[in-house]
Design a protein around this ligand. Sequence first.
Ligand code: ZN
Length: 96
Amino acid sequence: MHSDLIGKIEKARRYAQEPERVQIHEFQADVRGDNGTNHTVKLHDGHWNCTCSFFQNWRTCAHVMAVQRLLNPMLTPQAREPELAIEYQPQEVVVS
Ligand SMILES: [Zn+2]
C-alpha cells in the first residue's frame, strides 16, 4: 500500500478515537421503537425533529434523546440541549 495512504489511515484511527473532533450539523436517522415502528429523527440548524406524536407536543422524545446520547460529543452545545415545549416551574409553597 502507498505510504501516504498508510499515514492517513493511522491519522483516521486517531481521529476516530476523539469524537469531539467531529461536529454534526445535519443528521437524519430512523430509530426503531419498542413496538417495531420506525421514527425518523432529524437535526437541522441545531434543532431536532421527530415523526412520533410525542415530539409534536413536547419538542423532544425518547428517539431524539437516544440519538442525543449516542452523538453527544459530536453535537454543538445547542443540539445537546433539550427543547422542551413546556418549562418546569415548581409551585411556590406558601408557608403561612
Ligand atoms: Zn420521537
